[in-house]
Ligand binder design. Structure first.
Ligand SMILES: *[C@@H]1O[C@H](CO)[C@@H](O)[C@H](O)[C@H]1NC(C)=O
Length: 572
């Protein structure tokens, strides 16, 4: 049902926010200029992109939102003297932006703009010469509306509390960068003003009837009096979607970094219609990844219920990559009305990941990702999902295998099984019985320490595991009935990785009964080291003695830190 006048769904600062529920409730699909052009866009490039999307079938496939990223606004540091809004760069866009918006709309697309809720937009030049919208949100919302925009991507890329004199801003401070180059620009620190600044922009967009807004804050936590809150929490009610991570870039490492950051967000249960976690633009079509890596990247983004924003030269895409991007089954999963992202079921470190997620009709989306980066047979045992049998559709080949309990095929390095399970028969019978052990009850060595942990079941956790002193904890006298088993870990890892390094995981070195060390990856669990626990993380370990007492010892890998641990559970 479409509201014809203001129907209050939320009050922010006394203003009625009417329109959010009218924006599409499933992830946005479209094209964004950034990964192809950076901030160097012009009329000819944008015209060609619009025409290519249309002629190659992308609009019909559902890629409707055409989004201009940075580069559209004037670099003269001035606002429009007539309207008070940001000025369009008339050197790059001599006819303004309305003819381009009209062209896109004539092809069945929806227009989308980018701005910044801070003083400056990000820009490759440091300090940035391009103004942002702070203090001028109303005029800029009017400008976006005059271009018939329906969706706005919004960052906060300038940290100063008062408008700085660009001449006095150090290069490193541009866009809150902490690197030596502007291309590394992204805030890496939590801030207290995210909510107020984005709320102002959101309200002005709602006022003019622009109903969709992406908060593009790179997965940075908000600093509250109760500690840090992740964007899945702080963006609620002031946007239709939020970026869950720092920017994507070329290469598989970036896909792995971002999807590790998605793990805790998918588990939070807070993603759904109207509150969508955006894993950033697609790199499909760009250099840096093999075909199989690009296909896995696309399947992961589709199943995580991320926005699907193509960001490449569409005219130059191979037919094979067009087929990946226009895969109807994966698009159907992405656009599923339940908007439930796949969750990481189990990671076999350096071997494979198993993800699964519920769909509105009771089917299940499954993604198995090769982590060995070698050609191999990749297998799914449905019992790992608590399923006895199902019909399995391979979404890359469209083949359906009826009433099966497993599925295997050959894949190349970082390839994947992208599957849809239907006609599902769940396994019955008693589940595995687990016994919990507080890690704080273990023997600590070499600097490992117990620390207060408000959210821990044990009320304390063990930290400082690993590092250069190689802190460790050993749990002894463990009795268990299985030699090889899935051990469960309740852990905390809040070390966020940004562009330029890191994978959003901490590695632990784990030994059972003093045997061979196994390296285990623990993805980011949140932002708050006292509360953001990943409970029940499944790790396959072997070497247990079913006849007598066992020990488990945990340390770091190299000089790196392991996560902090609350409890572990072994099979009773
Ligand atoms: C300035 O605003 C006026 C009035 O809205 C508009 O016609 C003009 O195109 C704008 N100029 C630029 C450079 O954005």
């Amino acid at each position: 049902m479409r509201a014809t006048h203001c129907t209050c769904v939320a009050l922010v600062g006394g203003a009625c926010l009417a329109a959010a529920q009218q924006f599409q409730s499933t992830p946005v699909m479209g094209w964004n200029s950034y990964n192809q052009f950076g901030c160097s866009i012009n009329e000819a490039k944008i015209t060609q992109a619009i025409n290519s999307l249309s002629s190659r079938g992308f609009v019909d496939a559902g890629y409707k939102f055409f989004q201009l990223d940075c580069g559209w606004a004037s670099r003269d540091g001035q606002r429009n003297a007539t309207s008070g809004a940001l000025k369009i760069d008339l050197q790059s866009f001599p006819n303004g932006l309305l003819p381009l918006s009209n062209l896109a709309r004539s092809k069945g697309m929806k227009w989308s703009m980018y701005s910044d809720a801070g003083f400056r937009m990000c820009d490759p030049q440091a300090p940035s010469p391009v103004l942002g919208s702070l203090g001028h949100e109303a005029a800029d919302a009017d400008l976006f509306k005059s271009l018939n925009s329906e969706y706005v991507k919004c960052t906060i890329s300038y940290p100063a509390l008062v408008e700085p004199n660009p001449l006095t801003v150090v290069v490193d401070d541009n866009c809150y960068a902490d690197g030596s180059q502007a291309s590394q620009n992204a805030p890496k620190g939590s801030r207290t003003d995210f909510v107020t600044r984005y709320t102002t922009m959101w309200k002005e967009l709602q006022r003019v009837g622009i109903q969709g807004m992406l908060i593009c804050q790179w997965g940075v936590p908000y600093s509250t009096s109760n500690g840090l809150e992740g964007p899945v929490e702080w963006t609620k009610g002031i946007s239709t979607s939020f970026r869950l991570s720092d920017d994507i870039t070329t290469g598989w490492g970036s896909v792995y970094r971002i999807y590790n950051q998605a793990v805790h967000i998918a588990r939070s249960g807070q993603i759904g219609p109207g509150h969508i976690a955006d894993a950033d633009l697609l790199e499909v079509g760009n250099s840096g990844m093999t075909f199989d890596e690009q296909a896995t990247h696309f399947a992961a983004w589709a199943m995580l219920k991320s926005a699907l924003m193509i960001s490449t030269n569409v005219a130059a895409l191979s037919n094979e990559l067009v087929a990946v991007l226009q895969n109807k089954d994966l698009i159907a999963i992405n656009q599923d009305s339940a908007v439930k992202p796949i969750k990481l079921v189990q990671r076999w470190t350096s071997d494979r990941d198993l993800w699964s997620g519920d769909l509105a009709n009771g089917d299940i989306a499954v993604l198995v990702v090769d982590l060995s980066n070698a050609r191999r047979t990749l297998s799914l045992q449905l019992s790992d999902l608590g399923i006895k049998s199902a019909d399995v559709k391979d979404l890359w080949t469209s083949e359906v295998f009826k009433n099966t309990n497993s599925y295997s095929k050959q894949v190349n390095g970082h390839g994947s099984l992208a599957l849809r399970l239907s006609n599902i028969q769940y396994a019955s019978g008693p589940g595995t019985q687990y016994k919990y052990i507080s890690v704080s009850s273990g023997t600590l060595a070499s600097g490992a320490s117990t620390q207060a942990c408000a959210g821990c079941v044990s009320s304390t956790k063990v930290g400082n595991l690993g590092g250069s002193s190689h802190g460790s904890v050993t749990l002894s006298n463990i009795v268990t009935s299985q030699a090889t088993q899935t051990v469960k870990f309740d852990y905390i890892n809040c070390e966020i990785s940004y562009l330029g390094g890191g994978s959003n995981e901490r590695l632990a070195s784990i030994k059972v009964n003093g045997g061979a060390a196994q390296t285990v990856s623990f993805p980011l669990s949140g932002y708050n080291w006292a509360t953001d626990i990943h409970a029940g993380y499944a790790v396959q370990l072997s070497g247990f003695n079913t006849q007598g007492p066992n020990s488990i010892s945990i340390s770091g890998v190299g000089n790196g830190y392991a996560p902090d641990f609350d409890r572990i559970a072994v099979v009773a």
